[in-house]
Design a protein around this ligand. Structure first.
Ligand code: BES
Ligand code: MN
Ligand code: ZN
Length: 488
């Protein structure tokens, strides 16, 4: 994250732009020197996210008005997007100050966190492989002016910096092309994140994975010259309450394997098939800064999925970590195979709850589109907490049916199950497959194939990898309570 944030009790003397929030009704700020009618005549009526640049006063080059809509409607979620619009409009200026963090309803802390997230995420770019970095936003210094409640604003700012930095990390990883980020390199990055954020990291190589019986991860890797990696990350706060396991799909590139995807430029996005693992890694890296109380263990399941003479074949049968056997009917249904081993390992520690996150099925994207992930699971308490995290973070989820009778669609003649369930209810059959590896653990699966990437800049989203799930998982962990009810 390139942006730095600070708080101040009074307006700083030297900034390039002052961002002034203006509501859609009521008096316009008196210091502006313009009436509402004058602003309306310029096409600015204070609608949420609207902006208008005016010549600045004093040393500021610009006074940038940003519409906040009706104050009664201002929530952290709307503020996040308003802040993103303001940051985009101010991106040509090196520094700005604003009272935007202090205008919403609700707590100053939650509002400020949302404003930091909106601004930092709108300003994020991944330019490592561009020679010309001239197009980068100039805006790198943002000051929140708050005469009162400065401590709350500062606390929200610090949380926002932690969450936004995590999202930027996950976006950077997902945007990185496959030959620039192999499973080994992602494991190295994870070790680095662990070192700087107080986690224990253990990296497992192919021989160790074979010894552990991780037939899914080793099997998917069989066609690749790049070895697989599994990374276990452990966050152990003092006086922990709650115990969570997170599992992330880390397919560094998904060609489909022997069931090769048809040649199509859209498959360049399959470099992002490790977005689940990226979101989990980024989440783990933020837990200490956010003083999360729960104990959290993560498994990043990393390999690419490629065809070759040594690749996994249709009709092959894999024996998974938990001993179950799987007949391969489509090597492009690889995500569930690698997640299965992570879920089995996670379940062995009997956590209070387990989540997995994966760019798993085109079927889920077909059902829900690109704005939301599908969630499915065996426990309503876990699903309810996930929905609550979703409503706070604006990372949308929609529950799809975990309809057990469809398990029959996975039946195999020769093994315990097949790895595909046929053309119907693809997101559900994928989740039912995963459900075979969680034992009695309260668990939910997040299928983020749809929101993995965005086509354009919109609110806190930028074109390219979204790092969807990062803030969702962080919020879930931060607010976690051991679920009370029985599994369904
Ligand atoms: N990684 C893909 C799913 C995907 C598709 C993610 C589009 C993001 C955007 C996954 O491994 C896959 O190939 N799934 C297959 C499963 C099928 C063979 C049962 C699919 O959805 O077609
Ligand atoms: Mn696939
Ligand atoms: Zn995949």
């Amino acid at each position: 994250m390139r942006t730095t944030f600070t708080t101040s009790k009074s307006a700083p003397a030297k900034v390039d732009a002052v961002v002034v929030p203006v509501a859609a009704s009521g008096a316009v700020p008196s210091g502006l020197g313009h009436t509402r009618a004058q602003l309306s005549a310029l096409g600015f009526d204070g609608a949420a996210g609207q902006t208008l640049a005016l010549p600045g006063s004093g040393s500021a080059k610009a006074t940038l008005l940003v519409g906040i809509g009706e104050v009664k409607d201002l929530t952290p979620n709307s503020l996040r997007n308003i802040a993103a619009s303001a940051a985009r409009a101010a991106s040509r200026f090196a520094s700005l100050s604003t009272t935007l963090a202090s205008v919403g309803r609700g707590s100053a802390k939650a509002n400020t966190q949302a404003v930091v997230e909106g601004m930092a995420l709108a300003l994020h770019r991944w330019v490592d492989l561009k020679n010309d970095k001239g197009g980068l936003p100039k805006l790198t210094s943002i000051t929140f002016v708050a005469a009162t409640g400065t401590a709350e604003v500062k606390a929200g700012m610090d949380n926002g910096i932690a969450t936004a930095s995590a999202v930027c990390l996950a976006r950077d990883l997902a945007n990185t092309p496959p030959s620039h980020l192999t499973a080994r390199q992602l494991a190295d990055r994870a070790v680095e994140v662990a070192r700087t954020s107080g986690l224990k990291a253990t990296v497992y190589n192919r021989d160790q994975l074979i010894a552990m019986g991780c037939g899914g991860l080793v099997g998917v890797n069989a066609g690749s010259v790049e070895p697989p990696r599994m990374v276990k990350l452990e966050y152990r706060p003092t006086k922990a309450s709650g115990n969570i396991v997170l599992v992330g799909k880390g397919v560094m590139y998904d060609s489909g394997g022997i069931s090769l995807k048809p040649s199509d430029p859209s498959h360049a996005s399959m470099k992002m098939d490790m977005s689940g693992a990226a979101a989990v890694l980024a989440t783990m890296g933020a837990l200490r800064s956010l003083k999360v109380k729960a104990k959290v263990t993560a498994y990043l399941m990393c390999t690419d999925n490629l065809p070759s003479g040594s690749a996994l074949k249709l009709g092959d049968v894999l024996t998974m970590r938990n001993g179950k056997t799987v007949e391969i009917h489509n090597t492009d249904a690889e995500g569930r195979l690698i997640l299965a081993d992570g879920l089995s390992l996670g379940a062995e520690s009997k956590p209070d709850a387990m989540l997995d996150i994966a760019t798993l099925t085109g079927a889920c994207m077909g059902a829900l589109g690109k704005h939301m992930a599908g969630i499915l699971g065996n426990n309503d308490g876990v699903l309810t907490q996930l929905k609550a995290a979703s409503s706070r973070t604006d990372e949308l989820v929609w529950e799809l049916p975990f309809h057990r009778p469809y398990r029959a669609l996975l039946d195999s003649n020769v093994a315990d199950m097949r790895n595909i369930g046929g053309p119907l209810a693809g997101a559900t059959t994928a989740a039912l497959f995963l459900g075979e590896f969680v034992g009695e653990t309260p668990w939910a699966h997040i299928d983020m194939a749809g929101p993995m990437d965005a086509d354009g800049d919109n609110g806190w989203l930028n074109r390219g990898a979204t790092a969807y799930g990062t803030r969702l998982l962080i919020d879930f962990c931060a607010n976690f309570k051991k679920p009370a009810g029985k599994n369904k």
